[in-house]
Design a protein around this ligand. Structure first.
Ligand code: ADQ
Length: 467
């Protein structure tokens, strides 16, 4: 079996002597890397005026990491520009926020060409290549253009809309045709799979078989869904340990016996933060008995601050949080506590465990790992309640959550009230069912399933369960 080559925009190169990153892809790929060896290729995270045109290498725990720098101009056009101002809103159904610029679109292609130029000499003939996410859609086609005959798979971490939405993007046909260079295109959910099949059929005019396959010049391109998972038990243990830390105890005592409602995400307009703050305000307005009895902690990690829409969002959230606190605070109670930055993973896990209600209410989300982490972090004997947007990919399998439409502030306020009042037995039942399902789909299984289908392994052709 050949090596596994991962390509992603950011490459989590561990520091010398340190263990690989605790979350995300690094965990999912650990088994695969250790059994067959691997290479992880992508951007270094550095954008400078005159980048060195070099591939920098590091070898950690048997894995080779190879990264390249981008020029400031390439970064602006490719990353802040086309990827995050055009592709990101389009894939999240937000056509009103789509900002298309032909030079930026060209820059996206140029960066993908450069990645292909730099990656090609590092490849061995029997490597399997797995490309991640919307920053890299044309990479497969660029590698094929340079003679690659490898098995190449692509996984799309964010939603996949139907053609009626996708086709609004200038150059939509080229973009969808780029996917034909892959042997396998994976998406998160059944809903995304329907979108992908629709785009393939309408955008390329080719026949898409009902099981999710396109045939092109003797090649078979498979289209499948692979719901991403987390390391459930490890996260649960982290949360259990974290609540007994001195910081966590200090935080718990600052709540003075009040219920805790928590939200945590990147500060992104897809995550529905203003809508959630309005819903919390509606809770305090419509259920006055909740005033002074509940504290809402929102942790919003800074993200994409060089994109204008994100700056506007930050201002809007700060204004809303300030207004709610102005309207409802008492001398000894602040309804909204707002932390505008990332917090360490163990601290976050502890906060999840302390919260009676987890609010995960994006307007659209490929999966949403916070929903899964919140459930994994709970004490099964006395678990909190997940209030989950029906537009998060996670909602497809987490049907025991209280499912809400994030655009309905009153509906969300009612769900929060229901969650805060839910009897222990019902909380245990709902939580137990979701936890069981999370445990059935480990993050290693997720990676293995994708690679098995990509490599045509026996028995892997079954559509995975919607876990
Ligand atoms: P994201 O949009 O980044 O991921 P998500 O899946 O929720 O969203 O993952 C975020 C991660 O960051 C979680 O592990 C969470 O714990 C952590 N995090 C969030 N806020 C934090 C904070 N303030 N401080 C510290 N850590 C924080 C994209 C897609 C998702 C898809 C994932 C994986 O948009 O839909 O689930 O990729 O495929």
């Amino acid at each position: 079996m050949g090596r596994l080559v991962i390509v992603s925009n950011r490459v989590p190169v561990p520091k010398r002597g340190e263990a690989p990153a605790a979350g995300g892809l690094a965990v999912a790929l650990k088994d695969a890397f250790s059994s067959r060896g691997g290479l992880w290729f992508g951007w270094s995270g550095t954008a400078s005026e005159e980048p060195a045109d070099l591939v920098r290498h590091a070898r950690r725990a048997g894995v080779d990491y190879a990264v390249i720098d981008l020029s400031k101009t390439a970064y602006d056009g490719f990353y802040a520009g086309y990827a995050n101002s055009a592709l990101w809103p389009m894939f999240h159904f937000r056509l009103g926020l789509l900002s298309y610029d032909r030079d930026q679109a060209e820059c996206y292609r140029i960066v993908n060409r450069r990645y292909a130029d730099k990656l090609m000499p590092l490849l061995r003939p029997d490597d399997t290549i797995w490309v991640h996410d919307y920053q890299m859609i044309p990479l497969g086609a660029e590698l094929r253009a340079r003679g690659s005959r490898h098995r190449i798979g692509y996984f799309h971490h964010i939603p996949f809309p139907p053609w009626a939405v996708f086709s609004a993007m200038p150059g939509a046909e080229d973009l969808i045709r780029d996917l034909l260079a892959y042997d396998l295109v994976g998406v998160q959910t059944h809903r995304d799979h329907v979108g992908l099949m629709d785009c393939m059929a309408q955008g390329t005019g080719m026949k898409v078989r009902p099981e999710g396959e396109v045939r092109l010049r003797g090649r078979r391109i498979k289209l499948r869904s692979f719901p991403i998972a987390i390391a459930t038990d490890e996260f649960g243990q982290l949360a259990a340990r974290s609540v007994s830390s001195p910081e966590a105890k200090r935080f718990a005592s600052s709540l003075a016996g009040r219920s805790l409602v928590i939200g945590a995400e990147r500060l992104d307009y897809t995550k529905g933060l203003p809508e959630r703050l309005r819903a919390f305000s509606a809770l305090l307005e419509r259920f006055p008995e909740r005033r002074s009895c509940v504290t809402y902690l929102q942790i919003a990690a800074r993200s994409r601050e060089d994109v204008e829409t994100y700056k506007d969002l930050k201002r809007e959230i700060e204004t809303l949080a300030g207004r709610i606190n102005g309207d409802y605070s008492e001398a000894d109670w602040t309804p909204v506590r707002y932390v505008g930055r990332a917090v360490p993973r163990d601290t976050l896990a502890g906060y999840y465990r302390m919260a009676q209600v987890g609010l995960v209410t994006p307007l659209r989300d490929g999966m949403n790992l916070v929903a899964k982490e919140y459930v994994a972090a709970q004490d099964p004997a006395d678990p909190g309640v997940l209030v989950l947007s029906r537009f998060a990919g996670a909602a497809e399998a987490m049907t025991e959550a209280l499912l809400v439409n994030p655009l309905d502030a009153v509906g969300m306020a009612e769900a929060m009230d229901t969650a805060l009042a839910m009897p222990l037995e019902e909380r245990r039942e709902r939580h137990g069912a979701m936890l069981r399902r999370l445990r059935e789909n480990s993050v290693e299984d997720w990676a293995r399933r994708f690679l098995d289908v990509l490599e045509g392994k026996e028995g892997a052709e079954v559509q995975p369960s919607r876990a």
